[in-house]
Design a protein around this ligand. Structure first.
Ligand code: HEM
Length: 173
């Protein structure tokens, strides 16, 4: 038995609808991630709109939460500042690179004296604080500590070694 023309038309329509739905799903799945000046391939995790308070979303989800940087604190300004000023703080150049114990690291936990450990390397972060697109507040959680876990949680695609090259002061021992 051959299906009636109306039935055949129905199934063609249904098929078309199904294809459209599938295409829309694929497009959502393959949507290009938000790109950044530092990560041409975009973040690894997709963009999620914060739903709770901004701080809640920073600390509990993968939501994007960039702050408005002060004038003169763009990534480009940072590149210029890095070349112009001493970024290593008050350490004696003869001691460079420092061998830093955890106790020593813990002492540098203020905005004006802020060391952070990332993958066993110690950086003087004070000059960078106002240039951080995620804000100062969130960074303070890692003041004088190992920030590797939180760094990777929020943006493991960011090339911190390049951004902070001039702030590198030593190794965790
Ligand atoms: C210390 C070295 C760090 C550097 C060089 C750095 C750099 C950056 C950069 C470049 C962005 C913008 C990302 C983008 O455009 O895709 C960013 C955003 C952000 N950072 Fe950091 N960051 C550092 C550490 C941290 C740490 C330790 C935390 C958490 C405690 C953190 C939390 C955030 C947050 C929440 C954002 C906004 C997220 C978003 O892009 O939506 N960052 N950071």
């Amino acid at each position: 038995m051959t299906p009636s023309p109306a039935k055949a038309e129905m199934s063609a329509k249904e098929k078309l609808e199904q294809l459209k739905k599938q295409r829309a799903e694929n497009l959502t799945r393959l949507a290009a991630p938000q790109r950044s000046y530092l990560s041409p391939n975009g973040p690894v995790t997709p963009n999620v709109t914060p739903t709770v308070s901004p701080m809640d979303s920073i600390m509990t989800t993968n939501a994007r939460r960039k702050i408005r940087l002060k004038p003169g604190h763009s990534p480009l300004d940072w590149e210029t500042k890095k070349k112009t000023f001493n970024m290593k703080g008050s350490i004696d150049p003869r001691d460079f690179p420092l061998r830093v114990t955890r106790e020593e690291l813990n002492k540098h936990n203020k905005e004006h004296d802020f060391w952070i450990c990332l993958n066993h390397k110690i950086y003087n972060l004070s000059p960078y604080l106002d240039f951080h697109p995620g804000g100062v507040e969130v960074l303070m959680k890692c003041a004088g500590k190992d920030g590797t876990f939180l760094f990777n949680k929020y943006h493991r695609w960011v090339n911190y070694e390049r951004i902070l090259d001039a702030c590198f002061i030593g190794f965790l021992v």
